[in-house]
Design a protein around this ligand. Structure first.
Ligand code: NAP
Length: 447
């Protein structure tokens, strides 16, 4: 039996920490990666025709040396994020520049600067080995991984660590991410695996759930209070479906925007009553001459008033260029537009008069600090936030999984089985699972 098969078997048989620690580690690990010598492969091809399936390879790479503050995690499952898509279409820039910069920082940073980039910013699995400086985690611990990679010896990392000058997203701006059999993570990325979930359900929340927690709940984001109304673009998508849950949990009113009757039905099942099907409404915020159409912003604003009787306090913004003009317009006087992305284009345009005359705030937001990610993970563990997993692919088909996210072909999250041989494994609290099963399976039922 190969070393990795022995590790997998031990985890599946619930071997004790001592048995697990006694197993030899392989010299190489299976991983999904992009290659530096292919970063020009899509030059001159329009973004939506760039195909992650041709850029993502799955093969063995050498297992990197472990730093004292890191752990090897045997990844049972991982997930696709939109940053997997960005990396694999080499947009807005190839990620090898990030790895080069990290490589210049330190001895341990140098390991990351390689001609291949192991991707993936989510994982659930088991600690296989902990570096000498790791205190709170030990071999055998069942964990999920949050993707904030931060240098805790940098003073700038000691207020809100998202403000750290060398803050990075693991598996996007660092190497050795979660789409692998063995991942390398800093100890301060580890969180307890929610016991009520399977490996693949536990692996899909980290990045998107934490991002939405910060954007909606945290004072570092919009700090939504009870009774506020929030317009959520892409409300059944990766981050949007968690945002809707936080608005509902916090006593707010979500107004969810989606692009099909099926997605509208899913939103209703989530408990979101005010739903806008943007395709059925036919909004055309940009005219053919390349200027925006304020009448269309007004039409969206009227639709919101028709649905909830008032304007929204907060807009959860991420499509970017296609929607920002409308988002700034429809937020109420004094409202907040909170943005973490620009899927449709980052050179945005809005009418600044509506922002300043109506005292609105446009606020940038990015992932989450460890504390915020921990709280978001705790809520999943308590069954208060449910995973939005809809489809699952094996590691060998990571390219297809990323392609489907790129093409907006599914709702919620797409998971990836790494060492887990099949779906449905890893639950250690079946009673709590049974209490929340309906919600846990909601997105799967809509597959
Ligand atoms: P996703 O799963 O693909 O969902 C995005 C949703 O947005 C889609 O389902 C789609 O929903 C909607 N959408 C797409 N294009 C649109 C357009 N032109 N106008 C209006 N709606 C549009 O992606 P995700 O995981 O939610 O991520 C969304 C963005 O956030 C990505 O760019 C990602 O990189 C970014 N992100 C940033 C952070 C951060 O920390 N800064 C964290 C997570 C994600 P409908 O078609 O149903 O409307």
């Amino acid at each position: 039996m190969s070393e990795i098969d022995a590790i997998r078997t031990a985890i599946l048989e619930d071997a004790g920490a001592e048995d697990l620690a006694s197993l030899p580690l392989p010299e190489a690990t299976r991983a999904a990666f992009v290659r530096a010598d292919e970063q020009e492969m899509f030059a001159d091809i329009p973004s939506d025709e760039k195909d992650p399936r041709t850029a993502i390879h799955v093969d063995d790479i050498p297992l990197p040396e472990l730093a004292p503050d890191e752990a090897y995690v045997a990844v049972m499952a991982s997930a696709i994020n939109f940053n997997t898509v960005w990396t694999s279409i080499f947009e807005p820039v190839p990620t090898f520049g990030f790895l080069k910069r990290l490589g210049k920082e330190s001895y341990w940073g140098k390991r990351h600067d390689l001609p291949y980039h192991v991707i993936g910013s989510d994982a659930a699995g088991v600690v296989l080995k902990a570096g000498s400086a790791v205190r709170n985690w030990k071999v055998g611990d069942r964990v999920t991984v949050q993707c904030l990679h931060v240098d805790d010896q940098d003073p700038s990392a000691h207020d809100d660590s998202m403000m750290a000058t060398n803050q990075r997203i693991w598996g996007f701006e660092t190497n050795f991410g979660g789409l692998a059999h063995i991942a390398v993570v800093k100890a301060n990325q580890l969180m307890p695996k929610p016991a009520l979930l399977t490996w693949e359900e536990a692996a899909c929340n980290g990045l998107c759930n934490s991002t939405s927690y910060r954007m909606i709940v945290s004072r570092n984001g919009s700090g939504m209070s009870q009774g506020q109304a929030v317009l959520v673009w892409g409300a059944t998508g990766g981050i949007g479906a968690y945002a809707v849950q936080y608005v509902l949990n916090g006593g707010g009113t979500p107004v969810g925007v989606v692009s099909s009757p099926e997605r509208a039905a899913l939103l209703h099942e989530m408990g979101c009553e005010a739903v806008i099907d943007r395709r059925a409404e036919g909004y055309k915020f940009w005219k053919n001459d390349g200027t925006q159409d304020p009448k269309e912003w007004l039409r969206l604003g009227k639709k919101i008033r028709e649905l909830i009787g008032r304007d929204v306090d907060i807009v959860f913004e991420h499509p970017g260029r296609s929607t920002m003009g409308a988002s700034v317009f429809v937020a109420k006087r004094g409202g907040t537009i909170i943005t973490c992305a620009a899927t449709s284009g980052y050179m945005i345009e809005y009418d600044n008069r509506y922002l300043w005359m109506n005292l609105k705030t446009l606020k940038g937001c990015h992932f989450a600090n460890y504390r915020e990610a921990w709280e978001a993970n705790r809520l999943v563990g308590e069954g208060r936030i449910f995973p939005t997993l809809q489809k699952v692919f094996p590691l060998a088909e990571t390219g297809e999984a990323a392609f489907q996210v790129h093409k907006n072909m599914s709702e919620g999250k797409i998971g990836v089985l790494s060492l887990a041989p099949e779906e449905g494994l890893g639950v250690t609290d079946p009673e709590r699972r049974a209490q929340h099963l309906d919600k846990i399976m909601l997105f799967r039922r809509h597959a």
